[in-house]
Design a protein around this ligand. Structure first.
Ligand SMILES: O=C(O)[C@H](O)[C@@H](O)[C@H](O)[C@H](O)COP(=O)(O)O
Length: 240
């Protein structure tokens, strides 16, 4: 694992750096493999990044968008990660509808939809059960409790290591999430974390010893590249 930690002066600088990184990986991926695959995170931090990507002139037919996690709500629900990304970016660019690989949430059974998303990913990547296909980029945020995607502390989702997709739980609300082994198969994992409220969780995630199940972002150790992009408020005391 190749880990880098960058502390940017503020959130606009963090977004600008994330955009640079993603555009560079997009260009390399399309040159080398003819397509670019990215999994998006929800939350508030990435929204300006999605808006910035939506302002770019890119070869949209070669770009495929997935979600690393999704709330178990209908796609037009205000909590939907898909809705946020569509409004901020995807509905503003000529990306083919087939390139937007939204998480299914309409079967009224999260486990059924998780399995459905897994099958879709396996078909897209021509992979077989037991293999973890590599996305070019998985974008992640981190909650104040050190959760990432919908992998929350001390939940069953953290024990799922033989699937790509599973059901996550935040208190009583159900989610669909990449498993941590699937995230770790990515060529690049980019965390975006901003705000002083992230400091206590970051201290645990970066500590040499701590309980991975209490601080799930610790489980993210990709075979490829791990990049933490922090603003100064979040990264002030970090000794990478
Ligand atoms: O569906 C979600 O909410 C996200 O995927 C979640 O994991 C998010 O990334 C973190 O909670 C950080 O959220 P902020 O960016 O708002 O701090």
């Amino acid at each position: 694992m190749n880990k880098t930690v960058e502390v940017l002066p503020d959130q606009p600088a963090l977004v600008a750096r994330a955009l640079d990184l993603i555009l560079s990986k997009l260009e390399t991926a399309i040159q080398q493999r003819g397509q670019f695959t990215i999994a998006l995170s929800g939350g508030s931090t990435p929204k300006p990044l999605y808006e910035a990507i939506g302002n770019q002139k890119l070869t949209w037919d070669k770009i495929h968008v997935f979600w690393g996690d999704e709330r178990y709500v209908v796609p037009d629900h205000p909590d939907s990660n898909e809705l946020m990304a569509r409004r901020a970016w995807l509905d503003r660019v000529p990306i083919p509808a087939a390139n937007i690989h939204a998480v299914p949430t309409l079967s009224a059974n999260p486990a059924v939809d998780a399995a459905k998303y897994e099958r879709h990913l396996q078909e897209f990547f021509h992979s077989v059960p037991g293999k973890f296909p590599a996305l070019d980029v998985v974008l992640l945020g981190m909650g104040d409790d050190a959760h990432t995607a919908s992998l929350f502390p001390h939940t069953e989702a953290l024990k799922v290591c033989d699937r790509l997709i599973t059901v996550g739980n935040k208190d009583s609300s159900q989610r669909i999430t990449f498993t941590y082994p699937f995230i770790n198969a990515a060529r690049s994992v980019i965390f975006l974390a901003a705000g002083a409220n992230k400091r206590p969780a970051l201290a645990q995630v970066f500590a040499s010893e701590a309980d991975d199940f209490a601080y799930p972002s610790r489980l993210i150790k990709p075979q490829g590249e791990l990049v933490w992009l922090l603003d100064a408020a979040a990264g002030l005391e970090l000794k990478p």
